[in-house]
Design a protein around this ligand. Sequence first.
Ligand SMILES: C[S@@+](CC[C@H](N)C(=O)[O-])C[C@H]1O[C@@H](n2cnc3c(N)ncnc32)[C@H](O)[C@@H]1O
Length: 217
Amino acid sequence: MRVSAKARYLFAVFRALPGSEQVATSYAIEGLLRWLRRRRPQHLYEAGAGLGTLSAAILTTAPVDNASFRYQLEERHVECRALWERRLGPLVGTDIVRTPDWTPPPRPFDFVVVDGPHGPYWHHLAPRAIVFFEGNRVTERADLASALRRRRRVAWANWRPLDRSKGFWVAHLDPTRLESCRFALVRWREWGLDRLICPWTGRWPGWRRRDRGGAEA
Ligand SMILES: C[S@@+](CC[C@H](N)C(=O)[O-])C[C@H]1O[C@@H](n2cnc3c(N)ncnc32)[C@H](O)[C@@H]1O
């Protein structure tokens, strides 16, 4: 996946801020931009908004002018909330709901972005919703998987850059057969790339790191 100039620009702007060590990677930003364009969500929830890198991607791509558009974001860290407000507050209307903690929504979310602490959003997922995880987010993915087990059908896939560093995960609820096949192909491609590239770089993805004593991926 080629990282666009827009994703590189958003990363550079937020990475230049003080305390920006934890902002999303340009690869994850690119992935989010592509999923937002593909799905054009009407009701979004972002957990762990941090400094607002992914919020900026959302606000500049999602159909925010649409009357039915609703965007709820949660950030528990006081300083991050202040920085988010300073940076993005003037750009957004009061109808963008910013909460310090989880607040149940008035209608189900069709798109969720997880990059930090979150509430039990899985009780509020619309049919065919997309849940996007920045990086690996092992605990958060396990939370979602166990909450949905035997309740909803979910296709999972992980996209990572060629250097095999962390990328992003997507959970697609209620996928069609074609979408399930596409996700299976992505998993198969990533598995193949790991076997081709990781022995040369010595860097294995997170789930192999412990087993092999390899370097941080
Ligand atoms: C990975 S960060 C979220 C980054 C955000 N998605 C972004 O790309 O700007 C996850 C959590 O770390 C916490 N955090 C603490 N210090 C932070 C900092 N300096 N920058 C970003 N997040 C920080 C926040 O509470 C945030 O919800």
